[in-house]
Write a protein that binds this ligand. Structure first.
Ligand code: DGL
Length: 261
């Protein structure tokens, strides 16, 4: 194998995907890049964001000589996957909301989609719902506050439970509805980092579904020979001193600053 698998996100959310991948396949070398200068992606406009994603991913792929790119960000994937595939000459694996497994798992046929505002409104997401959950009621909740709370958590700060509770209120209303929601798609890679807190806030036990395991399987399908010594380099686009300990906890070294054209 010629280079590591690069995991990319706007911020620390991709670490949840890195965890899924490395816990199943510790012999796949991975490095990490995030565009923390532009975080959060979920509140950016589509045109400038897609240009930015291309520029940062190209720079990051070059910096670590990656042999494959995992776009560990639903907000970026639902916007820029085809552009990245046209531009880069390595395999590009995307992350999109796990609507299909959630629809398969739901008994009540009422599922929730918890994601950024951008992902909730993307045609790509609507298309997934029509294709895989047409017989389900889908409650979509834009919860961008969870992105900043996950960033704070990784930096070692206390999570603001009242802020989370406010953002999650529409979801909880659906949980106690006459046809109760029983399954939640974590459609943003930051959210699995908060899952232990989300579980304690939910009015009753729910099935929480994210895309981490599916991505780990996809990496192995696409790169069956991706084996080698661990890499662990990380790259950011802005100061990340506050993230060093969090990155280390997920197996990554202190980040280098990515130079952008
Ligand atoms: N982690 C990203 C996702 O999966 C989004 C976070 C952001 O808004 O930047 O959608």
């Amino acid at each position: 194998m010629s280079g590591p698998v690069l995991i990319f996100d706007s911020g620390v959310g991709g670490l949840s995907v890195a965890r899924s991948l490395t816990s199943r396949h510790p012999d796949i070398p991975v490095c990490y890049a995030c565009d923390n200068a532009w975080l959060p992606y979920g509140l950016r406009d589509d045109v400038t964001l897609s240009r930015r994603i291309l520029a940062v991913c190209q720079a990051a792929v070059t910096a670590c000589q990656a042999s494959a790119l995992v776009v560990a960000c639903n907000t970026a994937s639902t916007l820029a996957l085809s552009g990245l595939r046209e531009t880069l000459d390595i395999p590009v694996i995307g992350t999109v909301p796990a609507i299909k497994p959630a629809a398969l798992a739901s008994r009540t046929r009422h599922i929730g989609l918890l994601a950024t505002r951008a992902t909730v409104h993307r045609p790509y997401t609507q298309d997934l719902i029509e294709r895989f959950a047409s017989d389900c009621e889908v409650t979509k909740v834009a919860a961008d506050a969870l992105v900043t709370e996950a960033e704070a958590w990784l930096a070692g700060q206390r999570v603001d439970r009242a802020r989370l509770q406010d953002a999650l209120e529409p979801l909880w209303q659906a949980v106690i509805a006459s046809r109760p929601l029983d399954t939640v798609v974590l459609g943003c890679t930051h959210f699995p980092l908060l899952k232990p807190v989300l579980e304690t806030l939910a009015p009753r036990p729910l099935q929480w579904i994210d895309s981490g395991d599916a991505i780990a399987r996809r990496v192995v399908d696409v790169m069956p020979h991706a084996r080698g010594p661990q890499d662990g380099r990380s790259f950011t686009t802005a100061d990340a001193d506050h993230l060093v300990r969090g990155f280390e906890a997920f197996g990554f070294k202190a980040p280098h600053r990515l130079s952008l054209p």
